[in-house]
Design a protein around this ligand. Structure first.
Ligand code: GUN
Ligand code: ZN
Length: 452
């Protein structure tokens, strides 16, 4: 893999990418230039992003090689997938009655296959490659409980150029023996992985403590993770919370002393600003309030919630409370990695309210970065940030173009009016990985070809 590492480490020549640009400035506002420029320096940082004429006028282009993108090309920030499972790639789309039977019938056996290093290698390469192909530059990834498979996943992400937050899956009860380890062993192994991987490649690789969920955790395991969290306050914690009613019942029986599901994690000190809680479908007002006070983030996974019929995420309440949250594909409960599909389903899930396109685009980019507390590094095109970006071809999906090659939904009118919502609408409702022509992480081309 060293040839990839060399490619990613080498300085790049400073480039000025010229084409359409769209990025979120904050939760309420995006910025769009029809003839814009994204200037990337030799370190892969954003030197400037502006209207092309303004860049020319202010003499910002000196020293940058101009890369003129094809006429329709649109640059957007790379997507952040806040919750996805690498070992579930090959079993996505297995219908089942509910979460717990789905785990038992399809998921645990698929994860057990990661005892085989060759299998772990093959799926890891496939998975991280597919993320980049889908335009996902940053992902918070669940792995399995195997030592070698965990190492292989990190090596692969490091080599292929993905930005990741991930760690060994920690389970010591209530799953097949092949996936369980005694709590002291799990804790020792995950700490060793953390020491080896956290912060690698100037912070592109981040480690997370990853208890699967309360049901597969003994109190000893949760207590040990709480201690690790205190010892390494900079490391993430990522788990599932309150996804289905049957799951919540089982948690109540297993932890009778807890006031609610959130309390199980809270008692062991697991709620903190670097904590990502996936789903949170059935949270009470009180739980939402405590998650807010703890400054933890939620990962909303609408495709998965539809698939497993988990219920409806309280998106409007989460938005109103200004809780930090992002979007997750949750493959394999979610059938696809595409964050375009996740944005669309987040809209459709709110059956009686129209969610602004801006807030969906924000959640898939800068909001996801903010959920990870990485908004000073990625998420949009503010100067100084690392240049994680996509070159989209809005005509890459044939039904978005009119016969004869004319632009269809991404129509001249919204473009002429410089209207970000007009650009976003066809992307959110009709986008998929066919639009992604090229993907860049820290200025390096990690997938495809910009067509320049
Ligand atoms: N809860 C515990 N494990 C899982 C998982 O693998 N997928 C989903 N969607 N929920 C979970
Ligand atoms: Zn999940």
């Amino acid at each position: 893999m060293s040839e990839f590492l060399n490619r990613l480490d080498a300085p790049i020549s400073p480039r000025a990418y010229r084409g359409r640009v769209l990025h979120a400035l904050n939760a309420e506002e995006s910025c769009y230039w029809q003839d814009g420029g994204l200037l990337v320096d030799s370190e892969g940082r954003i030197a400037a992003c502006n209207d092309w004429a303004a860049l020319e006028k202010s003499n910002r282009l000196g020293g940058f090689e101009v890369v003129s993108l094809p006429p329709n090309a649109l640059m957007v920030p790379g997507f952040v997938d806040l919750h996805v499972h690498l070992p579930q790639m090959e079993v996505a789309g297995c219908q089942e009655a509910n979460l717990l039977s789905w785990l038992e019938r399809h998921i645990f056996s698929a994860e057990a296959r990661f005892a085989d290093a060759a299998h772990a290698q093959a799926v890891s390469r496939w998975f991280f490659g597919e993320l980049l192909k889908n335009g996902t530059t940053t992902a918070a990834v669940f792995l399995t409980s195997h030592n070698d498979a965990t190492r292989i996943a990190f090596e692969t992400a490091l080599a292929l150029g993905n930005r990741v937050v991930m760690g060994q899956n920690l389970m010591d009860v209530n799953a097949p023996d092949a996936l369980l380890k005694p709590a002291p062993q799990m804790l020792a192994e995950t700490e060793a992985h953390c020491e080896q991987w956290h912060g690698r490649d100037r912070g592109r690789i981040q480690y997370a403590w990853m208890p699967r969920f309360a049901i597969t955790s003994s109190e000893a395991l949760l207590a040990g993770i709480g201690q690790l969290r205190q010892k390494y306050p900079d490391v993430y914690l990522h788990t599932h919370l309150s996804e289905q009613l049957g799951e919540i019942e089982a948690v109540r029986a297993q932890f009778p002393w807890a006031t609610d599901y959130t309390d199980v994690y809270q008692r062991f000190g697991l709620l903190a600003p670097k904590t990502i809680l996936a789903h949170g479908i059935h949270l009470s007002d009180d739980e939402l309030g405590r998650i807010h006070v703890a400054e933890s983030a939620l990962a909303h996974c609408p495709c998965s919630n539809f698939f497993l019929k988990s219920g409806r995420f309280r998106l409007l309440d989460v938005l109103a409370r200004r809780l930090r949250f992002g979007l997750g594909s949750d493959v394999g409960a979610g059938p696809e990695l595409s964050m375009f599909k996740v944005m669309k389903d987040a809209q459709f899930m709110q059956a009686d309210a129209l969610v602004s396109l801006q807030s969906l685009f924000y959640a898939a980019t800068l909001g996801g970065a903010r959920a990870l507390l990485q908004e000073d590094r990625i998420g949009n095109f503010e100067p100084g940030k690392e240049a994680d970006f996509l070159v989209l071809d809005p005509l890459g999906k044939s039904c978005m173009a009119l016969p004869g090659g004319e632009a269809g939904s991404l129509d001249a009118q919204s473009v002429a009016q410089n209207d970000p919502e007009g650009i976003l609408s066809p992307l959110v409702y009709m986008g998929d990985e066919r639009l992604v022509r090229a993907t860049y992480v820290r200025g390096r081309n990690v997938y495809g070809n910009s067509g320049a």
